[in-house]
Write a protein that binds this ligand. Structure first.
Ligand code: AMP
Length: 402
């Protein structure tokens, strides 16, 4: 591995290790954690560090605080959940820098873990301030990061702090980086990408990177309509679809780059049109020549498209996926997303396909399809996953290179 891992840190016995985690979990209005996945996924790294005799100090951001003392965004709300997941006592300090922290570290017992208050209570965190990073790491010997989901941000705790102490990736970050590398950096080919979602304009960097790297690119969802229009399918217009007229030229350029790079673009062959934008709306599947010009919206792709995508997928060894194929939040317009996801899951379980997915709505779309545990890897990192798919270097990962 080209990145530093905990093994590279040598003997940690008696050392104070700062673990930059992502404990930004969803919470209800009574401050109860509604999904503890991020907490649970941090546990193996904490346990590994503890087993090596380290004193562990956990730091994280949480929500969007408006400065210090914004109790709504205090990490104190997650103490109980972290204790439960770890099976260890968690000591909480209501600050992330200063004397209180130093005292608590000195008093920390072997069967305890220290959790510090929200890093973003200090504006310096987001600014990547080096002085703040110095304060942060002052009482610790070693730095470990597991916050892949924040790795696209050069925040103080993500980059500056890592430069000030011997630093490494935690198990979670290493797992994520490894899985993502198998998806795009060093994939088994042929490699297919599926990109769906609503608008082309939000996925330009993504598409421009993918056409240079993948062998087959499926474009679906609302954004496919701009590509359909650009390739001469005339009944798709702004009234019945998400066609972005100002993106037609860009779509044509992307298709040209794809051709130059021998990347096959796979567009919908048929679409599901609905009378209204609501669940169970009156709908029908039509071929491209029969898309109604008025009165219907294009909400999903049809069986011919599903069949084409699945047969092309059969020829591939790796799949990376971002964005639903249709309006998956409303039945039955989740049909194509579900069927393609099920097929990908089957190929994965037969060891024929490596499947990596992530970014924003993709996680919920694949959960809705019931495949969340059946892909090789589903990343819960939204922005960081997208930037990685866009081919960008993530500062919070780069800083941990060997
Ligand atoms: P994104 O955040 O860009 O990945 O977009 C995800 C959103 O795209 C989801 O909320 C889907 O409902 C939406 N979407 C997918 N296909 C369509 C479509 N044909 N028309 C409108 N919205 C769509």
């Amino acid at each position: 591995m080209e990145y530093k891992t905990i093994e590279d840190l040598g003997n940690l016995s008696g050392k104070v290790v700062m673990l930059r985690a992502d404990l930004n979990v969803p919470m209800d209005e009574n401050f109860h954690v509604t999904n503890n996945a991020r907490i649970v996924r941090t546990v193996p790294t904490i346990k590994l560090l503890k087993s090596k005799g380290a004193k562990v100090v956990v730091v994280s951001h949480f929500g969007r605080p408006e400065g210090k003392g914004d109790m709504k965004n205090s990490l104190s709300h997650i103490v109980k959940d972290l204790e439960k997941a770890l099976g260890l006592k968690v000591v909480f300090v209501d600050d992330c820098i200063g004397e209180k922290v130093e005292t608590a570290i000195k008093a920390l017992k072997d069967d305890e873990v220290l959790l510090l208050e929200n890093l973003r209570f200090y504006n310096e965190e987001k600014k990547g301030d080096e002085k703040f990073a110095e304060e942060l790491v002052k009482p610790v010997d070693v730095y470990v990061s597991d916050a892949f989901s924040t790795a696209h941000r050069a925040h103080a705790s993500m980059v500056a702090a890592a430069k000030l102490r011997p630093a490494a990736m935690g198990l979670l970050m290493a797992e994520e980086v490894n899985a993502l590398s198998k998806g795009l950096n060093d994939p088994k080919r042929p490699l297919m990408a599926i990109v769906g979602g609503s608008k082309v304009s939000t996925k330009l960097d993504l598409l421009n990177n993918l056409v240079k790297k993948v062998n087959k690119l499926v474009i679906s969802g609302g954004m496919a309509h701009t590509f359909m229009k650009a390739s001469g399918i005339d009944t798709v217009n702004e009234n019945n679809s998400l066609v972005q007229m100002d993106m037609i030229e860009t779509a044509k350029e992307i298709m040209k780059t794809a051709e130059a790079n021998h990347c096959e673009i796979i567009l919908p062959q048929d679409v599901v049109v609905a009378k209204e934008f609501k669940p169970m709306a009156e709908h029908k599947t039509v071929d491209l020549e029969h898309i109604p010009a008025e009165g219907w919206s294009l909400l999903d792709v049809g069986e011919k498209s599903i069949e084409l995508i699945n047969r092309k997928m059969d020829e591939c060894k790796t799949l990376v996926w971002n964005g639903p194929l249709g309006v998956f939040e409303m039945k039955p317009f989740d049909n194509a997303t579900n069927k393609v996801a099920e097929h990908a899951a089957e190929l994965t379980s037969d060891n024929k396909l490596t499947t990596v997915a992530g970014g924003g709505d993709t996680v919920s779309a694949l959960a809705n399809a019931g495949v969340e545990n059946k892909f090789t890897y589903i990343s819960t990192a939204g922005g960081a996953f997208l930037e990685w798919m866009e081919g960008k270097e993530l500062p919070g990962v780069v800083v941990l290179k060997k």
